[in-house]
Design a protein around this ligand. Structure first.
Ligand code: AP5
Ligand code: MG
Length: 218
């Protein structure tokens, strides 16, 4: 049976950072809705252009567009054994649609690590973040600096600051998270899937804590 894991947490909690480690460890593809939107924008597809209108304002892309995009991504052959979802679902209707979708693949969400980080820390993390142009690897000027300033350690591509990492957009994203995404904490807790992780510890410590609560594979 395929294994699906959902990483939950506010903007800047470290979902992308941890997903890199977990996806390697569990040999599951890392599916980030934000990365897919940004990749579409880079290719100037209709989806990318439409999504960027919302992303640049720090708002959520409408559910119908987002759900269709994830359904298409999860149907690809590399997801036959499951996936690690980062940034999806982000609303209750998205979570309900995911359950229906996964039932169609004979699977379900097995675990929801929730990386909890307070708001003041999130702002510092996002305004100091540098993202790689090619594959979206993330660094932080203070907490996780690249070996060579301005270049990605993994693929050598240029590092840039995301359009939505400006202070005022970060504040808007956190508000949107509190209003529209945080109800998923109770939703997953009720289903006994939620595993709360203290995301203020070091990157390595958070990785160990997340891996400790996840189902073992093989
Ligand atoms: P998305 O790209 O998903 O952004 P997000 O959820 O706001 O999360 P981030 O990527 O900003 O943070 P992260 O948790 O991945 O943190 P990271 O590991 O980078 O979404 C962007 C936009 O797309 C949304 O606003 C929306 O418009 C749209 N969208 C996406 N999905 C959608 C959906 N399902 N529905 C509708 N719209 C959707 O870490 C942050 C920084 O902190 C880095 O610099 C990192 O190096 C550093 N760091 C990480 N961990 C630590 C640590 N433990 N200690 C110190 N520093 C750390
Ligand atoms: Mg991310």
């Amino acid at each position: 049976m395929p294994v699906y894991i959902v990483l939950l947490g506010p903007p800047g909690a470290g979902k992308g950072t941890q997903a890199e480690v977990i996806s390697q460890n569990l040999e599951l593809p890392h599916i980030s809705s934000g990365d897919i939107f940004r990749e579409n924008l880079k290719r100037q597809t209709d989806l990318g252009k439409k999504a960027s209108e919302y992303m640049d304002r720090g708002e959520l892309v409408p559910d119908d567009l987002t759900i269709a995009m994830i359904q298409e991504r999860l149907s690809r052959p590399d997801c036959l054994e499951g996936a690690l979802l980062d940034g999806f679902p982000r609303t209750i209707p998205q979570a309900e649609a995911l359950a229906v979708m996964l039932a169609g693949f004979n699977g379900k969400v097995e675990s929801v690590p929730y990386i909890n980080v307070p708001e003041d820390v999130l702002i510092e993390r996002l305004t100091g973040r540098w993202t790689c142009r090619d594959q979206g690897h993330v660094f932080h000027e203070k907490y996780n600096p690249p070996k060579i300033a301005g270049l990605c350690d993994f693929d050598g591509s240029e590092l840039y600051q995301r359009e939505d990492d400006k202070a005022e957009t970060v504040i808007r994203r956190i508000r949107v998270y509190l209003e529209q995404t945080s109800p998923l904490i109770a939703y997953h807790r009720q289903a006994s899937l939620l595993q709360e992780i203290d995301g203020t510890k070091t990157i390595e410590r958070v990785s160990a804590d997340v891996l400790a609560v996840l189902p073992k594979r093989k």
